[in-house]
Design a protein. Structure first.
Length: 348
């Protein structure tokens, strides 16, 4: 295992045509936003709209925040704030209820589900290990949810990537370091919890011991905290495997549509997009992890714990997924902000 050392309401004025007093007001164009600004606006609108909000995502092509709403009144509020409104059928409460049903009736190894704001559904995915009988059960449960869910198959197998950036190893296993952090003024690093559950003492790629576990959480969560025990450099950056590195200044939350980059010790650096949030993954060994970021970024065993970032912002820790970096696949990440909050640590 290895790794490298992750609201204010934006108001838009409503423009009225003045040439003719009887003309209707012109709908203001959505603001062009960075991913960070879109995330902040999404958080603010989510609080302001409450139950009328039904999910958000970032349209990277137009650089607009898209907000799902349930009625025209909420749509006007979204438009006035500078986002693009889209009226949808399913509320977040209905989608959450669908996820509860899936957890109760369809917790099958080799499956995952995540809310997809672009389709306004819960997307259920079954890997190749799911049997015909289990597929039939999934189909029945998903069909019973009607327009709130859809079922799909992936060719790979969901598994933790145990075997952001630089390699860390111990007791015969290898993972990737996620991000260097600071706790109580002391240097630490964070990585995947399924790595720290298996290995307690860590060495770098040259075999030099560098740290021991401080805290670990897996399953349900997938994060671990390791305290440096050796006098080594621990910059707040991610290895880009081309002789350079990406400085990491802060941690942030993922947004659907966000462009992200992953660094890991097996497959090095790959790019992709966030496709879902709050994903539940039922790994084939029976371990269930909740609250993950779903992406179309590829990864392979040994990349576990590695860094997911967007620019200088730490986003996630590599958990697991299916496929590989030859044929492609999907990968799930533990949100960094949750790990830091749990550990009382900060990006250093």
């Amino acid at each position: 295992m290895t790794g490298a050392g992750i609201a204010a309401l934006v108001a838009a004025g409503v423009t009225f045509q003045t040439a003719n007093a009887s003309e209707a007001p012109r709908t203001p164009a959505p603001h062009t936003l960075s991913v960070t600004a879109a995330g902040k606006l999404a958080s603010t609108l989510g609080e302001d709209l409450g139950a009328d909000a039904a999910g958000t995502y970032y349209d990277a092509k137009s650089r607009n925040l898209v907000v799902n709403v349930l009625d025209g009144t909420a749509a006007k509020a979204v438009t006035a704030a500078g986002a693009r409104a889209r009226i949808v059928e399913n509320s977040l409460a209905e989608l959450t209820s669908a996820r509860t049903t899936l957890k109760k009736d369809a917790t099958i190894p080799g499956t995952s589900w995540a809310t997809d704001p672009e389709t306004n559904k819960v997307v259920v995915t079954a890997d190749r290990t799911v049997s015909k009988a289990e597929w039939a059960t999934l189909t029945e449960v998903v069909d019973g949810l009607g327009a709130k869910a859809e079922l799909q198959r992936t060719k790979g197998e969901f598994k933790p990537f145990i075997a952001g950036g630089d390699a860390i190893s111990g007791s015969g296993g290898r993972c990737s370091l996620g991000f260097n952090v600071v706790k109580d003024g002391q240097p630490y690093f964070i990585t995947a919890g399924h790595c720290t559950e298996s290995i307690s003492t860590w060495s770098d790629a040259d075999g030099n011991q560098i740290g021991t576990n401080e805290q670990s959480s897996f399953p349900d969560n997938d994060f671990g905290l390791v305290k440096y025990t050796a006098s080594v450099d621990h910059p707040s950056e991610v290895d880009l495997y081309n002789g350079s590195s990406q400085p990491i200044a802060k941690a942030g939350d993922a947004t659907v549509g966000m462009k992200v980059t992953r660094s890991g010790s097996t497959t090095q650096v790959h790019d992709g997009t966030v496709t879902g949030l709050d994903a539940t993954v039922n790994y084939g060994n029976g371990d269930i992890v909740n609250g993950l970021i779903q992406t179309d970024v590829c990864a392979e065993p040994g990349d576990s714990g590695g860094s997911l970032f967007s620019g200088d912002t730490a986003i996630g820790l590599t958990s697991g997924g299916s496929g590989d970096c030859t044929a492609g696949g999907e990968t799930f990440f533990q949100p960094v902000t949750e790990a830091l909050s749990t550990f009382g640590a900060q990006i250093g």
